[in-house]
Design a protein around this ligand. Structure first.
Ligand SMILES: [Zn+2]
Length: 242
């Protein structure tokens, strides 16, 4: 609890510093939070960490550790925002259909790192929806910088460039996404990508549904970087907006 309070205070400090006032709200919204998959990405602890913030924003949260929730048509019709944190694993055709149809017809989805950026490696239509797919993190957990490239967008407005000690995601990215922040690779771990600029945070759309993605936060403690948590919160609020 103390740890969560510390995170929230840090994040509040960043938000104040940037003069940012959140534009969206989760008041009265029904959020479906689906989590599981590879345990190395802390799906449980991340859920425990984000849930109090979601509820503090007025959301009613349905949490599920079973992808079958996507086949519950009645529930899916009532959901205002989907948050998924599910690395790798497999999704059945019926589960994928339930999810993709919901987003296509207007239910937004938000996620980070492998939670939607590396979910179901066999499912290209899911990757088409996300707007990118993880392919490598050269060197594993390393030092790298994140550069804010869009200073006008509400998700990144007022934020300064920042540093991470985490996995620097190398992704295959859909050119149709709106990039808000990037990172530049050096050649330390893969000489041929030296100097290449890679999207880190983006917005996109799949059918009628908004999609928000951040490649940050390999483990729950990465949310201690105030900018990383702030970007995720703002991205969730943007996705849930009108
Ligand atoms: Zn990771």
């Amino acid at each position: 609890m103390k740890r969560i309070l510390f995170f929230l205070l840090c994040a509040a400090a960043v938000a104040c510093q940037s003069g940012y006032k959140p534009e969206g709200t989760l008041e009265g919204k029904h959020v479906l939070y689906v989590y599981g998959g590879w345990d190395g990405h802390d799906p449980g602890p991340c859920h425990e960490f984000l849930l109090p913030w979601l509820e503090s924003q007025g959301a009613t949260v349905t949490s599920s550790e079973d992808l079958d929730v996507y086949t519950d048509a009645e529930l899916m019709a009532d959901v205002d925002l989907i948050i998924q944190a599910w690395t790798m694993g497999r999704i059945t055709p019926a589960q994928e259909r339930g999810l993709l149809n919901a987003v296509k017809s207007g239910t937004p989805i938000a996620g980070w790192h492998g939670g939607i950026g590396d979910s179901f490696r066999n499912n290209t239509e899911f990757q088409f929806m996300v707007g990118g797919q993880w392919v490598a993190h050269p060197g594993g957990v390393i030092d790298y910088d994140v550069n804010i490239t869009d200073h006008k967008d509400p998700v990144t407005k007022g934020l300064k460039d920042f540093h991470m000690v985490s996995e620097q995601y190398y992704m295959h990215v859909d050119p149709n996404v709106k990039v808000l922040a990037t990172t530049t690779f050096n050649g330390d771990h893969a000489s041929w990508i030296d100097g290449h600029v890679m999207p880190v945070v983006w917005k996109t759309q799949y059918g009628e549904g908004r999609v928000f993605y951040s490649s940050l936060c390999h483990v729950v403690s990465d949310f201690e970087v105030p900018e990383a948590f702030e970007i995720m919160k703002r991205g969730i609020l943007w996705a849930a907006g009108e």
